[in-house]
Design a protein around this ligand. Structure first.
Ligand SMILES: [Zn+2]
Length: 112
């Protein structure tokens, strides 16, 4: 157990709390704001307000959407690359076939 003096970052109310050693979060007795405790020595790292939580969730959602969009674009890009590779392969085969036909035609015309 340790004694923690806390100054709420939201309402700045001072309070003395007795908490377990591994406790890192304390709620302000006055406004209910969640305060993160450091190693127990009168230290507030963050004050997470409800609006902040909503904002964090919102930005996480936006990030997820962006990631999904990126993944979709990447998939599309890979598909396009495969298609163009297929086209090049087909072109090479077509040119080879034409060359063979032309060569056979030439040989046949020479023999005749
Ligand atoms: Zn407070």
């Amino acid at each position: 157990m340790k004694l923690v003096s806390l100054n709420c970052e939201n309402c700045n109310a001072a309070s003395e709390l007795t908490v377990e050693d591994d406790i890192t979060i304390a709620f302000c007795a006055h406004c209910g704001t969640k305060n993160l405790l450091d190693d127990g020595v009168q230290k507030i790292q963050h004050c997470i307000k409800k609006e902040d939580v909503a904002r964090i969730k919102e930005s996480e959602t936006l990030l997820k959407i962006k990631e999904m969009e990126f993944a979709e674009k990447e998939k599309q890009r890979l598909a396009d690359t495969e298609k163009s590779e297929l086209r090049v392969g087909f072109l090479v085969i077509a040119i080879a076939a034409i060359a063979i036909v032309a060569a056979i035609g030439y040989i046949v015309s020479c023999v005749a």
